[in-house]
Design a protein around this ligand. Structure first.
Ligand code: NAP
Length: 280
């Protein structure tokens, strides 16, 4: 059990992940392979453009090629599917990331499903989710992977603990619930129809907030000594957890910014490198 309060420093975890990746990228280079992540940005959403830019920069800093594809706001599903298909067939591309949300005329699920499983380094396909859920997935969704990476880095106990996940989205709440279950936590997944949410959270040893609402989780909901992982990222760099309040009862907590976010990007880098390594 954790004896003193831990501020879970995501930047530190991300640095450790990237340090580990450097020699692996060098080894790939020696074999004539430059890992390459293709990012697809559809439309003009400024936040999405910023996220894609951050991911591209992180790739380049590590020697991973970043192939940026920008498509117009009025792109159709068919056009996007064609782009994805050509990236699937491109031997120089090892991972594909479709930044979401995409404009509303596009069938986002169809677009995700079009990504070849061996290039689904962002863990968005239903096949990838199914494999992750069954415990043999190669590339889990990056934010859930980041949450587990942080817990493992700080050697936080998972087995036998009651984990309460708030949120059930396909890229976050659901996969992190399955990953915690696979690590022998007892998992309760909450959502907008959950009754008595506060009382459920009060029973949690591990709280994962993936709601998309600033400062949603209150300090009075947190059991003394609980571990709090905040995946939320809202306007103004605000998490889903009221950090100042939850810091008091928690034994370990991620800040926002500087918690789950930087580790998420490092998971994307790692999974891209792993996809390239499969070629050796
Ligand atoms: P999402 O698709 O909007 O899902 C939000 C989830 O929260 C839904 O399952 C929803 O329930 C649930 N919810 C909404 N209001 C609730 C309430 N009052 N009580 C209980 N549950 C409630 O969001 P997401 O994509 O999972 O993202 C969640 C947060 O994580 C956002 O802040 C996002 O910015 C952040 N995020 C961070 C990263 C990162 O790298 N750090 C990556 C992705 C997302 P229903 O299913 O019933 O609607």
């Amino acid at each position: 059990m954790v004896n003193e309060k831990l501020i879970l420093d995501g930047s530190r975890v991300a640095s450790a992940v990237k340090e580990d990746l450097k020699p692996r990228v060098d080894k790939l280079n020696e074999s004539g392979i430059t890992p390459c992540l293709a990012t697809i940005l559809v439309g003009n959403d400024p936040s999405s453009a910023t996220y894609v830019k951050m991911k591209g920069n992180a790739c380049e800093r590590l020697g991973i090629l970043s192939k940026k594809i920008e498509l117009a706001e009025n792109t159709t599903t068919e056009e996007l599917l064609k782009t994805i298909q050509s990236l699937n067939e491109d031997e120089g591309v090892h991972g594909i990331l479709l930044q979401h949300p995409v404009p509303s005329q596009i069938d986002e699920r169809a677009a995700f499903e079009a990504i070849a499983i061996e290039k689904d380094v962002d863990g968005v396909t239903s096949l990838g989710f199914g494999q992750t859920s069954l415990g043999f997935g190669t590339y889990p969704s990056c934010t859930p992977a980041a949450i587990l990476e942080i817990m493992d880095y700080y050697e936080l106990p998972i087995e036998g603990k009651h984990a309460v996940v708030i949120g059930r989205s396909p890229i976050l709440g659901k996969p992190v619930s399955m990953m915690l279950l696979n690590r022998n936590a007892t998992v309760t997944t909450c959502h907008s129809y959950t009754e008595n949410l506060e009382n459920i959270v009060r029973n949690a040893d591990i709280v994962v907030a993936a709601v998309g609402k600033p400062n949603f989780v209150k300090g009075s909901w947190i059991k003394e000594g609980a571990m709090v992982l905040d995946a939320g990222y809202n306007k103004g760099n605000i998490g889903d957890v009221d950090y100042e309040e939850c810091l008091k009862p928690a034994s370990a907590i991620t800040p926002v910014p500087g918690g789950v976010g930087p580790v998420t990007i490092s998971m994307l880098l790692r999974q891209t490198v792993e996809a390239a390594e499969k070629l050796i």
